[in-house]
Ligand binder design. Sequence first.
Ligand code: COA
Length: 268
Amino acid sequence: MPSIFRDHLLKDKVAFVTGGGSGINLRIAERFAEHGAKIALVGRTQDKLDQASATIQAGGGTAAGYVADVRDYQAIESALKKTREGFGEIDILLCGAAGNFPAAALGMSSNGFKSVIDIDLLGTFNTCRAAYEHLRKPGASIVSISATHAFIPFAMQSHVCAAKAGVDMLTRTLAVEWGKAGVRVNSIAPGPIAETEGMRRLSPTEEIKQKLARSIPLQRFGSKDEIADLALFLCSDAAAYITGAVYVCDGGQSLLGSGGFMSALVQG
Ligand code: COA
């Protein structure tokens, strides 16, 4: 797992990572652990969390998994409490839990739309709101994983577009409200990232993969490591004066809107 950073940027910090059992969030958790942070992984399935914790421990890091659904405020409160008891004061919150399925607005029920809003937007609010009492100190940092869907429309993704736009405005508003306590609040909006569940579903063949890659200005998908390095930067002292920012990391894809990418997909 290559990183552009070499030092222990998060030495003795404690990070609480929702959706940390797999994908981009797990890679971020691994990167935080490589830089000295103790990691609480939070998700819906204990087995998955245990496997993810074992991966971090095998790399020499410290990690534990706590089951909680971000839609359940009390479950998140309880996971935060266990984290503090197990590892000490919490310094970093990574809100990564998200849900997605491709469906046209007319192809999903009110409950289908609500389920993604509840996981992505309400879940991020719940986690930030519950974590505030742990985080209210200078040096604390919150990073939420958004998406370029927050500011460009993607067909078949009305629920995700609406939810992620909400996540980014939540980021900016909490940055304003919590700045005086010393808590920084930022978002990352990844574009197409290789070896994620989403991209596996979108590009099942090498041909589609290559066509999609050619529709991106940098001509390739991003890597989980590139998102992990950005999250590491945002949670480190190197970003001490950055709050309320939404960092786009997408190889330039969103500069073209969703049209080029979607037509590569349809013609793929
Ligand atoms: N098309 C249309 N509607 C769908 C759907 C699809 N592909 N998949 C789920 N839904 C609807 C369901 O029909 C249900 O609505 P209904 O009650 O009116 O029938 C609603 O969404 C909730 O489904 P359910 O499976 O009960 O929700 P859940 O809370 O268990 O799961 C999801 C949440 C729907 C987001 C599910 O896809 C999920 O768990 N995803 C987690 C993993 C993931 O998405 N990772 C990618 C992150 S980017």
